[in-house]
Design a protein. Structure first.
Length: 140
């Protein structure tokens, strides 16, 4: 499941001012598709994450690097593991939006938990500047 408050991110242009007109790129965790294979002590997840990049008013260059995380939680939302992932999105010179599908396989030890107790959470790893920006400017 994508954590909606962490589904969007922004990369700022030079000067780092936290205004919509200084956003170089926006990032969006668009969709997650997963399949699970259970054994007695682990679950193997095949995961495809669609990550979208969009040029902002201050965009320079034709590429965007974004970082997101995948966290595994157990009962009571206890974090069992958290792993960072990076994606590189290339844009054609006149392209406003581009995206990639990040594919990976993750084996999660159940550690005595039932498979149904495990939840997969995804979100962008936000800097304090991005958190502050989204407090004042909602959406893309």
């Amino acid at each position: 499941m994508i954590l909606r408050p962490l589904a969007n991110t922004a990369v700022f242009g030079t000067g780092g001012e936290l205004r919509p007109d200084n956003v170089a790129f926006y990032g969006l965790l668009s969709e997650v598709d997963r399949s699970c294979d259970y054994s007695s002590d682990a679950v193997q997840m095949t995961i495809d994450v669609i990550v979208i990049g969009q040029r902002g008013p201050a965009a320079k260059g034709d590429a965007l690097d974004l970082n997101y995380f995948v966290a595994v939680t157990g009962p009571n939302q206890q974090i069992l593991s958290k792993r960072p992932f990076s994606v590189h999105i290339a844009f054609a010179p006149d392209q406003v939006r581009a995206g990639v599908t990040d594919h990976f396989v993750e084996t999660i030890p159940l550690g005595g938990h039932k498979g149904g107790d495990i939840t997969l959470l995804l979100g962008f790893q936000q800097s304090p500047q991005v958190v502050e920006f989204y407090k004042h400017f909602r959406g893309r």
